[in-house]
Design a binder for this molecule. Structure first.
Ligand SMILES: C[S@@+](CC[C@H](N)C(=O)[O-])C[C@H]1O[C@@H](n2cnc3c(N)ncnc32)[C@H](O)[C@@H]1O
Length: 229
């Protein structure tokens, strides 16, 4: 698989193209959701930031017993615009994980769901995520498990013309995450390695990739880490 240019597209360019069609679930996004459900504390009365939120599709709807407020931040304005079209009342803000437009000590719960692999260096993002988290906050980070990339997983999509585009991805080992987080004073509370298994079997079946499913069964594809500030 190659991008239109023959090499991976930087995230900013890729998601501009992907924005109009973004949202189809796949094994990675489904396992990301499983991990987040397991690791996120009850949100009632808390503030939630989704950093690298894409269209903001994961942000919970406001309900009386729900979070106090929720905000999504993403680098790509086209992703945010697509999100605003779908859910006009959601607070979506343009910003970079490496320089979040938020004052320190603001959020009780911070999600960072799958953007961090687009960054060559992760320490600046961890510094920012720790800065905007309140003391006692929980930060949940998900990323492609390196084993998935080594097994041939590629971050790719089809643009509006049907061209296959590959998105830039940098492999970060679990220890890289743990060290970058520790460098900001965050402490690791939980780690999950979500594997190909019954939860995502249907994706392979729908794509008529049953043999691939059998080969990849047990392969860790999503790394999920929860830190406390
Ligand atoms: C795989 S998508 C995940 C979106 C969302 N978290 C979800 O689960 O639907 C990765 C997102 O990270 C965003 N992104 C990439 N680099 C970023 C950066 N430096 N700062 C903020 N967002 C970034 C992309 O624009 C894209 O929307």
């Amino acid at each position: 698989m190659t991008s239109r240019a023959g090499s991976p597209l930087p995230a900013r360019d890729a998601y501009r193209l992907w924005a109009p069609t973004y949202g189809t679930e796949n094994p990675v996004t489904a396992l990301d959701q499983v991990a987040i459900e397991k690791l996120t504390p009850p949100l009632a009365g808390l503030s939630l930031l989704d950093a690298g939120c894409g269209t903001g599709r994961r942000l919970p709807d406001p309900v009386p017993a729900g979070p106090k407020f929720v905000v999504g931040i993403d680098l790509v304005r086209e992703m945010l615009a697509a999100g605003r079209n779908q859910r006009p009342d959601t607070c979506l803000v343009a910003g970079d994980l490496e320089a979040l437009p938020i004052t320190r000590d603001t959020f009780d719960v911070v999600w960072c769901r799958l953007p961090i692999g687009h960054l060559a260096a992760i320490a600046p993002a961890y510094r920012e995520l720790a800065r905007i988290a309140r003391p006692g906050a929980r930060l949940i980070v998900t990323d492609f498990q390196p084993a998935a990339i080594h097994a041939g997983y590629i971050r790719s999509f089809r643009d509006a013309s049907g061209n296959r585009c590959v998105v830039e991805h940098h492999v970060h080992e679990p220890l890289d995450h743990e060290q970058a987080a520790a460098g900001t004073g965050l402490s690791l509370e939980a780690r999950l390695d979500l594997c190909v298994g019954p939860e995502v079997r249907q994706f392979y079946k729908n794509a008529e990739h049953r043999a691939l499913y059998e080969r990849q069964r047990g392969l860790p594809v999503v790394l999920a880490l929860r830190f406390a500030r």
